[in-house]
Write a protein that binds this ligand. Sequence first.
Ligand code: GRF
Length: 200
Amino acid sequence: KNVVILISGRGSNMQAIVEAKLPGVNIAAVIANRPNAAGLAWAAERGIAVAVVDHKAYGSREAFDAALADCIDGYSPDLVVLAGFMRILTPGFTSRYEGRMLNIHPSLLPAFPGLHTHERAIESGCKVAGCTVHFVTAELDHGPIVSQGVVPIEEGDTPDRLATRVLAVEHRLYPAAVGWFAEGRLTLDGLRVSLADPAP
Ligand code: GRF
């Protein structure tokens, strides 16, 4: 399966997916909306096709999303993976990739969509935090949930320390979900996620 990964920054989730060497997964390209996204160099060094669609070059979200979709579609993706991709996407874009676009979010959705999740979880007095892999729909961080990982919040925790522990779980959770999709086990029917048993 051709997988196109979108990043905005360091791309550690992208790296985890690449390094998992998932059977049946071809990382067709890594695309960033920022020319200086650190993950681009990492991918390019490994011979992965990289591209930049700089959001600053477009006058509207629609124009940016249209250019991004053109770039993505040039790699004939079966799956689009958002890995720390920090742009709000238009409904036209999300519907184009319905059932074949995943995101990872650093909270236990539906709690704490949006930014500053770890700070908000700690301030709310939560005893656990975590991360969620979900199919992308038009509403930010609200798509059907594929999998979640839970991390206890410790006494005196800081957002940074919690983020580090959650990130380690993200790096296991996301490659697993991409692998399920590539095996054809993970599908979306309307708003219902199905995960079939592995082939015997
Ligand atoms: C991750 O915590 C991801 O869940 C969030 O942004 C962070 C990106 O990290 N959306 P990286 O770029 O994958 O290292």
